[in-house]
Design a protein around this ligand. Structure first.
Ligand code: FMN
Length: 154
């Protein structure tokens, strides 16, 4: 299976998770972005504001992977404001017709409770059921075992 791993990451946790998944699946790793610098407190506040907006930003994937050449895609994104963040949702909305057949959603968050219900709701945005959903807690938690188990069950 040729695997494409995509991620958005403000502080590096989602990036780390997707790097591990790319390593385990032999996948190609690309970052997607809305082009905004969200470092530091100003960046955090900007992320909060963007989470409240009803509009979706335009997403680019530097390096432009050829989506059609992949069998599956894993899309990583952080939780912002109690749900999968707006940048990840914007990616799904913009690219849903170009994504490979098999789609997996990987969402990272601080909270101890998982976000599976809200991750599954991304299927509505995608317009079809995703093949898999993974909710990873990042605060004070090493998620390596969960990633290993997820990859082993693909
Ligand atoms: C604007 C904003 C809102 C957030 N809201 C939540 C939240 O509602 N629940 C939660 O568990 N984590 C929340 N977080 C924390 C991130 O989801 C968590 O730290 C994530 O792993 C960060 O991923 P990253 O390092 O790839 O950016 C929020 C972070 C930001 C920046």
């Amino acid at each position: 299976m040729k695997t494409l791993c995509l991620y958005y990451s403000r502080t590096g946790h989602t990036k780390k998770a997707m790097e591990q998944l790319a390593e385990l699946t032999g996948g190609d790793l690309y970052e997607y972005t809305d082009g905004k610098d969200r470092r530091g407190v100003i960046g955090y506040l900007g992320a909060c504001l963007d989470s409240m907006k009803k509009s979706y930003p335009k997403i680019t994937i530097p390096g432009n992977p050829d989506m059609a050449s992949y069998d599956r895609v894993m899309i990583g994104m952080p939780v912002w404001a109690e749900g999968p963040g707006v940048i990840g949702r914007a990616l799904i909305r913009q690219y849903k017709d170009k994504l490979p057949e098999d789609v997996y959603f990987v969402v990272t968050h601080m909270a101890k409770t998982d976000y599976m219900k809200k991750i599954r709701a991304l299927d509505t945005l995608l317009g079809r059921p995703a093949k898999g959903h993974l909710s990873l807690r990042t605060k004070d938690h090493d998620f390596t075992e969960e990633i290993n188990t997820f990859a082993a069950n693909l």
